[in-house]
Design a protein around this ligand. Structure first.
Ligand SMILES: NC(=O)c1ccc[n+]([C@@H]2O[C@H](COP(=O)([O-])OP(=O)(O)OC[C@H]3O[C@@H](n4cnc5c(N)ncnc54)[C@H](O)[C@@H]3O)[C@@H](O)[C@H]2O)c1
Length: 253
């Protein structure tokens, strides 16, 4: 019960990594406000009992992020941890991407984290402690031409992590990131695991020979949110089955 009593806001928590993190946080004793645009998030929160609640929240709106932070403060009296997890990964390269889509991806995957940290930080500073976890990706560093805006947003998010970590360190607030490789969620199935050829290509770049499970990312988030990670800030932890270490492709399996 490393997270006993902690009050945690997770964006994009209706499914995928956000839902896995919410479940793990509750299992470790936390109370979790799950924010998402998908209404089924309410059912997922109800399954977790009194330790979880759901709020409809589109993170491309600063006002709706502010409402989510107001809600966790009003409900449980503070915010100990913020997880900026909501994300989308529509396809588009430098020749085809529309300005509208580029702007939307940055709004959801990057600017939302700026708004949320700016709005949550004063409460954490007042408490003299807090943790922010930004959900990055190996695509912050490695690139996929057809995921232009996503790559750009995640690259920016890593700098936001480093910058905010240094700015908030004097206040006892840690800012960290997690950079998954390919994890079995709806986003990955659509963006990079659409067919057998795509799956073979991904596995050829994955020394452990399999995609990750959402629970494997949730375990890292629970560690980072806890005092076990009390000396880690400004760092993004890579969990990618060895992809970043690989300098050749694996034979097809
Ligand atoms: N799955 C992977 O392989 C992988 C790898 C690296 C990084 N990530 C990152 O992990 C995070 C979670 O992705 P996932 O794989 O669980 O995807 P997912 O599509 O399963 O879940 C994303 C969640 O974000 C929500 N969301 C989307 N737009 C939103 C908005 N405007 N406001 C609020 N919520 C919104 C969705 O409704 C959904 O519940 C994303 O930031 C993604 O970039 C995923």
């Amino acid at each position: 019960m490393r997270l006993a009593g902690r009050r945690i806001l997770v964006t994009g928590a209706a499914r995928g990594l956000g839902l896995a993190m919410a479940r793990r946080f509750v299992a470790e004793g936390a109370r979790v406000l799950m924010a998402d645009v998908l209404p089924e998030g309410a059912d997922r929160a109800a399954e977790l009992g009194d330790s979880a609640a759901f709020i409809t929240c589109d993170v491309s709106s600063r006002e709706q992020i502010a409402a989510a932070i107001d809600t966790i403060i009003a409900r449980w009296g503070g915010i100990d941890c913020l997880v900026n997890n909501a994300g989308i990964a529509p396809r588009g390269d430098i020749l085809t991407e529309t300005p509208e889509q580029f702007g939307q991806v940055l709004a959801i995957n990057l600017t939302a984290a700026f708004h949320a940290i700016q709005l949550a930080a004063p409460h954490m500073i007042a408490a003299g402690k807090g943790v922010v976890i930004n959900m990055s990706s190996v695509n912050a560093v490695l690139t996929i031409p057809g995921l232009l805006a996503y790559n750009v947003a995640k690259g920016g998010l890593d700098q936001l992590t480093r910058n905010a970590a240094v700015a908030l360190a004097p206040h006892g607030v840690r800012v960290v990131g997690i950079a998954p490789g390919t994890i079995l969620t709806e986003l990955a199935r659509t963006a990079v695991l659409a067919d057998d050829a795509a799956r073979a290509m991904i596995l050829s770049r994955t020394p452990l020979g399999r995609a990750g499970e959402p629970e494997e990312i949730a375990a890292i988030a629970a560690f980072l949110a806890s005092d076990d990670a009390s000396y880690i800030t400004g760092e993004t932890i890579v969990a990618d089955g060895g992809r970043m270490a690989l300098n050749y492709t694996m034979p097809p399996t």
